[in-house]
Ligand binder design. Structure first.
Ligand SMILES: *[C@@H]1O[C@H](CO)[C@@H](O)[C@H](O)[C@H]1NC(C)=O
Ligand SMILES: *[C@@H]1O[C@H](CO)[C@@H](O)[C@H](O)[C@H]1NC(C)=O
Ligand SMILES: *[C@@H]1O[C@H](CO)[C@@H](O)[C@H](O)[C@H]1NC(C)=O
Ligand SMILES: *[C@@H]1O[C@H](CO)[C@@H](O)[C@H](O)[C@H]1NC(C)=O
Length: 498
């Protein structure tokens, strides 16, 4: 009995209707228990058929809602109007080759979770994983799919049939699922109380080049085409992103950049172009049902090694904001971030590059999503960020003003600031030169901090100031500047002082 039902389900999963007459299936993304994007622009359902020109009738709970025609590429694609409720629905597709169906289909928000090992970091590595498993019984309308790891030199049309389909949350399904992705979905589910679909597509140790299409890569000057990565340029894009493009999504979250720290100067362009390219391609391939400016959230790199002076991580953190320091900004519209530099875990059993504090990371992402993706009013989702840096006329005090005083700051340390101290022949410093000196905060009020820069006198002057410009800038929760109300750390910055 076991072997018969096993064979039957394997057959159904890989080929719902393969017969002498031809092949008729849903895409391998579409399975029982899935979440479809609820959207005023519609949601796509698609699949394969060997019979070009055949008509495919799409039904929701037996009412026909769409007719699709099998195109010359043997794909049929339907654009469904979202129902007014969240389901469940049975969705069936009927063609001259037969009938296929998926059941327990919910309507809600679908988020892609991508990146490298910190996104891949599984729920069973959380400090309280067993509590998370038992708590998951309350979140049965969060559903998730884990895209099988594959790479390819050419774009895949569909994900592999080896993909196990959509899961409901329980200990077995959750333990190998992304912790950040799950927790992010859980926070969204708590707030909105409707179904959330999570699509994990990530791979530890990978560089952004692998997740970028050739179109995105070629827009960055200096793109060499050299294949440094073990996973070549676009190879993960081809196998793990391209086959998802036809599906309607709400947005994406991203935790990646550690593997690009050695070439951080390239990341500004690469990141910006990848986001724009994903947005364009998802929107086009999904018949316009995914927004061409869909919200994109990322985790700004967390700390790694204690006391390390390598500047790759601070450079990537800055590049992740398009060298602005905060998001969204005009270069990165509809982008939000979770600052994570104050969450070191130097004794993580998974290596200090994998801090276990994923609840806070996911919560900070969720705050950004509420404000940027969902336009919820009154959400404070950003830590304090400077609006100006001014030297007084004694040249001994540098005052940094935060947020125009709109939100009070909380100071937890007087460390973490540096100034670039140069003589009258220049005003220019780069991140690596040796003119940077530590300075301490001598005072602060609710909206500004004042640094003692008297070490930079005697014919020298302060050309630049930077903050938290370290791989691991502070002990846990003890960076210098936080929002008093938000409890969020001010992000790192580097500025010229005029
Ligand atoms: C659709 O069918 C499912 C499964 O039978 C059922 O639970 C659900 O209530 C139906 N929804 C509507 C709107 O009829
Ligand atoms: C797990 O621990 C985090 C703090 O690290 C806490 O916020 C969260 O509520 C805990 N989860 C459960 C299900 O107890
Ligand atoms: C400067 O401050 C950082 C901490 O922000 C510390 O790690 C470093 O050792 C200090 N450098 C010097 C030269 O004191
Ligand atoms: C000013 O600084 C530059 C760069 O460090 C150095 O080469 C030059 O000798 C300095 N000039 C004086 C007058 O100290």
């Amino acid at each position: 009995m076991w072997s018969i039902s096993f064979l039957l389900s394997a057959f159904v999963a890989s080929c719902s209707l393969c017969s002498v007459y031809g092949l008729f299936t849903f895409s391998n993304y579409y399975h029982d228990h899935m979440v479809l994007q609820k959207s005023s622009t519609g949601t796509t359902v698609w699949g394969h058929s060997s019979k070009v020109g055949d008509v495919v009738h799409i039904k929701m709970n037996n009412s026909e809602v769409f007719q699709a025609v099998v195109k010359s590429n043997q794909i049929w694609e339907a654009k469904l109007t979202s129902p007014s409720d969240h389901g469940p629905y049975i969705i069936s597709a009927v063609s001259s080759l037969g009938t296929i169906q998926i059941s327990d289909v919910l309507f809600g928000d679908v988020w892609i979770c991508s990146g490298q090992s910190n996104m891949e970091f599984t729920t069973n590595k959380l400090l309280n994983s067993s509590e998370e498993y038992s708590d998951s019984t309350s979140y049965q309308s969060i559903r998730f799919i884990h895209i099988h790891k594959q790479f390819s030199a050419t774009p895949f049309t569909d994900i592999d049939s080896i993909n196990s389909g959509w899961n409901t949350p329980n200990q077995r399904s959750l333990q190998t699922f992304s912790a950040v992705c799950w927790l992010y979905g859980k926070f969204l589910s708590q707030h909105f109380n409707y179904p959330i679909g999570l699509v994990e597509t990530n791979w530890g140790g990978t560089r952004i080049e692998a997740w970028s299409s050739p179109d995105a890569l070629k827009r960055c000057a200096g793109f060499s085409g050299r294949k440094r990565n073990q996973y070549y340029e676009s190879h993960l894009y081809n196998a793990m992103i391209n086959p998802l493009l036809r599906n309607t999504i709400k947005g994406a979250i991203w935790y990646q950049g550690e593997s690009n720290a050695a070439h951080a100067y390239k990341y500004t362009c690469q990141f910006q172009e990848m986001i724009f390219d994903w947005r364009t391609k998802f929107s086009t391939a999904s018949l316009g049902t995914t927004s061409s400016s869909f919200p994109f959230g990322f985790v700004q790199l967390a700390p790694w090694r204690e006391g390390e002076s390598n500047l790759g991580f601070p450079q990537v953190r800055w590049a992740q904001t398009s060298n602005v320091g905060y998001v969204p900004n005009s270069l990165l519209p509809h982008v939000f971030m979770a600052v994570a530099m104050d969450l070191p875990d130097f004794h993580s059993p998974y290596g200090s590059i994998h801090p276990r504090y994923k609840h806070e990371v996911a919560y900070r992402l969720y705050l950004g999503a509420l404000a940027v993706a969902y336009h919820v009013e009154g959400i404070n989702f950003e830590g304090p960020f400077p609006t100006s840096a001014t030297i007084d006329n004694t040249h001994r005090h540098l005052t940094i003003e935060y947020d125009r005083g709109l939100h009070p700051i909380e100071v937890r340390s007087n460390q973490g600031f540096e100034v670039c101290c140069v003589n009258h022949t220049t005003n220019v410093c780069n991140a690596f030169d040796n003119h940077w000196v530590n300075v301490t905060m001598e005072s602060h009020d609710f909206a500004s901090v004042t640094l003692d820069v008297s070490t930079c006198s005697h014919g020298n002057h302060v050309a630049q100031v930077r903050y938290a410009w370290r791989e691991s800038p502070c002990p846990f929760h003890q960076c210098a500047v936080y929002g008093k109300i938000t409890n969020l750390p001010g992000p790192p910055f580097t500025f010229y002082v005029h």
